[in-house]
Design a protein. Structure first.
Length: 240
């Protein structure tokens, strides 16, 4: 259950960490199913296919077949969300995201992207698009997906596998939620031991928190908290 110290941390830093919140083996089993269904050697379009895409090709609605009740119906998890959001919270969406290792990207895609486009989905075969694929991503807040909406939600990240520093772990900028909503891209100045965030007329001092963890480890953060990730330099995809 979330403690008073956790509440203070969520208010102060904009996130809380819940180590080993979910069954590790069930998380690993889910990851193995994803790796089998979404073979990274087969998901990319060829250059010719990209230029002549068949939009009528059906997606594999694989996510609907995953049994995620062990996550969503976890009593401890529900209690934590109730403490933060109140009893009338609801699940807006559940998504699977893959941090694709750099070495899986075909050369023509690397050239086209110039390695500065985080979203790989335009290069993915239609039938494999039921999950999201990223090649690192700039610092952003999840409020960006909710135009003209209040930031009265949280994001929950569950690692399905062990994530090391080379596997494109998520980086949080602690306390950045105090800046409120802000237009992307964000102004971030590096200092010796901290970061200075410029929000409208505000200056916020922040530190980077790298989320390394094992399967089942979970983080919950405010909708205005800045976060991002670098390239996946490992040989393993990162599913969460």
């Amino acid at each position: 259950m979330i403690t008073y110290k956790n509440k203070e941390k969520f208010i102060r830093d904009g996130y809380i960490e819940c180590a080993n919140l979910f069954n590790r083996q069930k998380c690993k089993n889910t990851s193995n199913k994803l790796k089998k269904a979404f073979n990274l050697k087969k998901i990319f379009l060829s250059k010719n296919e990209f230029l002549n895409q068949n939009k009528k090709q059906k997606k594999k609605i694989f996510i609907n077949k995953l049994d995620l009740d062990f996550l969503i119906k976890n009593k401890k998890f529900q209690k934590i969300l109730e403490t933060i959001l109140g009893r009338n919270y609801y699940l807006y969406a559940s998504r699977v995201i893959c941090g694709v290792p750099l070495h899986y990207l075909p050369e023509w895609i690397k050239e086209k992207m110039i390695l500065n486009s985080p979203n790989l989905n335009p290069f993915i075969k239609e039938k494999f698009k039921s999950i999201r694929y990223f090649n690192g991503i700039d610092y952003h807040m999840d409020l960006i997906d909710f135009k003209n909406e209040p930031s009265d939600f949280v994001t929950v990240y569950v690692y399905l596998d062990k994530v090391t520093k080379k596997m494109s772990p998520v980086n949080l900028l602690t306390g950045s939620h105090f800046g409120g909503s802000q237009i992307f891209p964000h102004k971030i100045l590096k200092k010796k031991k901290s970061l200075c965030l410029l929000f409208w007329k505000k200056k916020i001092t922040s530190k980077k928190k790298i989320l390394l963890g094992k399967s089942g480890d979970t983080w919950i953060w405010h909708g205005c908290l800045l976060h991002g990730s670098e390239f996946n330099l490992s040989k393993h995809p990162r599913f969460y």
